[in-house]
Design a protein around this ligand. Structure first.
Ligand SMILES: Nc1ncnc2c1ncn2[C@@H]1O[C@H](COP(=O)(O)OP(=O)(O)OP(=O)(O)O)[C@@H](O)[C@H]1O
Ligand SMILES: [Mg+2]
Length: 532
């Protein structure tokens, strides 16, 4: 019964094709066929586009809506194909089924779409997205500006601390110097039998003050990496061994010193005096950290820093290094102190007991040597400071001693041209040279010096010049005068000489350098060596 009905439903023999209704009018047929074809093809292409979109954008929510749309539109396309088919074949049963499927697909899509609308409305529009993006960017900018302000504030605080520290320490030292000189002056006015002894004591104290001030500036320059660096290839083991006795005396009886020098230690190229100063600073720190006694170990070794290690520390670079580790089992540092320990003027010691420049010198020294320094410390366990100095393949320097100690350094009346813009320094140098039996031509700047030199090229044997002066600098002056007399010897005097003489923090080869402050002996000794 059902089957008969179904057969009847799909039986097309008893109906006339739809074309008959159009009286087979060719124009009418053409319009219907063309329109239905175009609509069907367009409908079919839409599901492909939707499928492609959903497969590419897997993150898109409501993906099933697209599938529902695809089925619905595909069905719509089919109804138009059926319209063309039924022009010739009266398959109205089949057409009805296709329409039914389309109806089901369209009604379910339409019903399902409504509850979705509120969710769809929540999806941000491109304009909203742009606005959010702009907001995020503005926020990022604000954060970066705030960070920059904070950095600046921290920097200002550090500079403040630094300037304050320098001013404070210098003030004290200047007081020592000027106070003692003042008393000396008064003693001179009230001359009596024991005045000579008193004067001598006062002058010694003033000189002590000056020498402490000079150490302070050296350590500051060292931290700033502006210290003229007199590099030599050094054997660290030999230098450490040479300081062992001194360390033992400095450490006293309660602290045991152990030195473990690795054999076959690589060489490094650095300023040996600065190296000794750094080591001494570490030993003194260790001593202070072990008031009740303990053990101090100085170890040396070869170490290769690889890329992964280099990432762990901001200053570390890949390469081969000579390692010097100074370890104590004293108080140690908590993380806050450890972080700030390299800062200039950072000290936990009582006022007057520490300048806070010891580790800054160590830090500056290692950086200027091309290496880096690390602090490993645990409160109550002790501290290890490691210095990494880059390996060199250059040959070891031969030992150089002050062979002029105790010698008579008087000159033979040679002419020296002294160029210095600071009058006090110039007077001191001139007086010293006259004392040592040299003849002096003075100039306050390069232009004056060039005028004084003209016509006396053959008399003047040595140019002793400051480096940084108003107008032309000492280096340019020396080049100019050497054009006139290529035999002219040159010694530069400098407090610090950033770029003019020192390149990459190192001395140019063949340049004689006297580092300020200069003592009479240093001056006479350097001139003696140069004029020999
Ligand atoms: N071996 C150590 N053990 C424990 N703390 C240390 C050690 N070395 C340094 N510190 C800490 O780091 C701070 C800074 O050391 P730094 O050598 O720069 O200055 P200082 O020793 O205080 O003064 P200065 O060396 O100028 O006399 C010290 O005050 C101390 O708190
Ligand atoms: Mg110290």
């Amino acid at each position: 019964m059902f089957w008969d009905k179904l057969k009847l439903f799909f039986d097309s023999t008893m109906f006339a094709p739809h074309g008959i209704c159009l009286q087979w009018e060719p124009e009418l047929l053409a319009v219907h066929i063309a329109s239905d074809t175009i609509i069907a093809l367009s409908y079919f292409s839409i599901p492909f586009a939707l499928t492609y979109f959903v497969s590419k954008r897997r993150d898109v929510e409501f993906g099933w809506v697209f599938w529902a749309f695809a089925v619905f539109i595909m069905a719509c396309g089919l109804t138009h194909v059926m319209s063309i088919y039924t022009l010739w074949v009266p398959a109205y049963g089949l057409e009805g089924v296709v329409k039914l499927v389309t109806a089901i697909a369209s009604i379910s899509t339409a019903i399902l779409l409504w509850p979705l609308i509120p969710h769809l409305l929540k999806v941000p529009s491109p304009a909203e997205l742009r606005q959010t993006k702009a907001m995020l960017e503005a926020e990022g900018l604000q954060r970066r500006e705030a960070e920059a302000r904070l950095n600046h504030a921290q920097k200002m605080e550090a500079i403040g601390q630094l300037t304050g520290g320098v001013a404070h320490d210098f003030n004290n030292l200047l007081m020592v110097i000027s106070g003692n000189l003042e008393i000396a002056e008064r003693t001179l006015h009230r001359w009596s039998d024991n005045s000579r002894d008193k004067l001598s004591k006062l002058i010694t104290r003033a000189r002590d003050g000056a020498s402490r001030a000079s150490t302070l500036t050296q350590r500051l320059l060292s931290f700033a990496r502006k210290q003229p660096f007199n590099t030599k290839v050094i054997d660290v083991n030999a230098l450490v061994a040479g300081m062992a006795d001194f360390f033992k005396r400095a450490l006293g009886e309660n602290i045991a010193l152990e030195i473990e020098g690795t054999s076959g230690l690589w060489h490094t190229e650095t300023d040996p005096h600065q190296f000794e100063a750094a080591l001494l600073n570490l030993v003194v720190n260790a001593k202070d950290a072990m008031p009740a006694g303990g053990n101090l170990v100085v170890k040396t070794g070869n170490i290769e820093i690889d890329a992964s290690y280099a990432k762990t520390s901001p200053d570390a670079r890949e390469g081969q290094y000579v390692l010097i580790a100074v370890s104590d089992n004293g108080t140690g540092m908590d993380p806050q102190i450890r972080e700030r320990a390299f800062e200039p003027f950072f000290s936990t010691k009582e006022t007057g007991h520490g300048t806070g420049l010891g580790l800054s010198q160590v830090y500056g020294f290692t950086r200027q040597s091309g290496g880096f320094a690390e602090i490993h410390s645990e409160p109550g366990m002790g501290t290890t400071v490691k210095l990494f100095l880059p390996r060199t393949h250059n040959a070891l320097a031969t030992a150089e001693r002050d062979t002029n100690a105790g010698k008579n350094l008087r000159g033979d009346g040679q002419w020296i041209l002294v160029v210095e813009d600071d009058e006090d320094v110039r007077n001191f140098v001139t007086e010293t040279l006259t004392d040592y039996n040299y003849q002096v031509v003075e100039a306050a700047n390069a232009e004056e010096a060039a005028r004084a030199f003209a016509g006396r090229e053959d008399d003047i044997e040595l140019l002793l010049t400051d480096v940084v002066m108003p107008g032309k600098n000492g280096r340019a002056l020396s080049e100019e005068l050497r054009e006139l007399n290529s035999e002219l010897k040159v010694i530069f005097m400098t407090g610090y000489s950033r770029d003019l003489i020192v390149h990459d923090g190192r001395l140019d080869p063949g340049v004689e350098l006297l580092q300020k402050p200069i003592t009479q002996h240093d001056l006479a000794s350097k001139i003696w060596n140069t004029l020999r």
